[in-house]
Design a protein. Structure first.
Length: 264
């Protein structure tokens, strides 16, 4: 029996319809691949399609930072899937600034739109259908770095902290309707998004003018388990959360970071 098969030999997520934001590369692409392997039908989105987008998923271009983008995505989900059983908010990120006061207003707004409000808006659009079916599961992707808010990514970690707080509060609200809400917080994970920020080998020089602390720049050598995360490490946890194996888990935040960031 494969990992994704249930006792009767069918794949664990057969018949489930999933929407994954930011599924064309990195963690999102790994989540899409695992959902497909488990038998789900998958719709994913990004602002632009890439050659690395997983085969087998339906792709629709949308910018999740805007209300119009969220509405277009919800409409596409209804049209192509007929509804959503599994919603994974993975699109996120932020570029560094030298201190909070250097972050322009529009970048604060952008960080909130991408890392927090996109999830709030899409949840509001898609949970009515889940409530009707009295079933659904939502995963919000945050960041382990919320536990050490500082320096160049404060706008990003503040937005992710809002996401975690919202996620924890949404869980008991939706639980009576049979909907589970959980968060996954990755540590430093080797993805294209990561190589575009300090710590990424390709771009150490690009951000040299920011004079960032070594802790920001170093990657896997700081994790007790001794390596960067792989997108699949995060996707494994997301997959677990959306299956019935996690049927008694809601309001949780699973930190997947090789033991690097402080707990509690
Ligand atoms: N990698 C890490 O070390 C790490 C650590 C902690 C948390 N995380 C979190 O994990 C998630 C995935 O990170 P990643 O490193 O895999 O990112 P990534 O490699 O940069 O990929 C991001 C994905 O999201 C899409 N995207 C970005 N902005 C979007 C927008 N406005 N609308 C729609 N799609 C958008 C991208 O496609 P387009 O650019 O074409 O839109 C891409 O498919 C993020 O929420 C990130 O904050 C990552």
């Amino acid at each position: 029996m494969s990992t994704f098969e249930n006792g009767s030999g069918t794949r664990e997520l057969t018949g489930k319809r999933a929407l994954v934001t930011g599924g064309t590369r990195g963690i999102g692409a790994a989540v899409v691949r695992q959902l497909l392997d488990a038998g789900a039908e998958v719709l994913t989105t990004a602002r632009s399609a890439t050659r690395t987008a997983p085969q087998g998923a339906t792709f629709v271009a949308a910018d999740v930072r805007t209300r119009a983008g969220a509405q277009a995505l919800a409409a596409a989900a209804q049209e192509t899937l007929g509804g959503v059983d599994i919603l994974v908010h993975n699109a996120g990120g932020g570029r560094p600034y030298k201190g909070a006061s250097a972050v322009p207003d529009e970048e604060w707004q952008d960080a909130l739109d991408l890392n927090f409000l996109a999830a709030v808006r899409l949840d509001a659009l898609l949970t009515p259908g889940m409530r009707e079916r009295r079933s659904g599961t939502i995963v919000h992707v945050s960041s382990a770095a919320v536990r050490t808010p500082a320096g160049p990514f404060l706008h990003y970690t503040a937005a992710k902290a809002a996401l975690e707080n919202y996620s924890r509060g949404l869980a008991p609200e939706l639980a009576p309707s049979g909907i589970r809400v959980n968060t996954v917080s990755p540590g430093r994970t080797a993805t294209p998004g990561r190589t575009a920020t300090p710590g990424g080998e390709e771009t150490r020089e690009r951000w040299a003018h920011l004079d960032l602390a070594p802790g920001v720049v170093n990657a896997g050598d700081t994790a007790p388990l001794g390596r960067d995360g792989r997108p699949e490490d995060i996707a494994d946890t997301v997959l677990f959360l959306v299956t019935e194996r996690a049927g008694w888990l809601t309001g949780s935040n699973l930190v997947v970071d090789g033991g690097e960031f402080p707990r509690g």
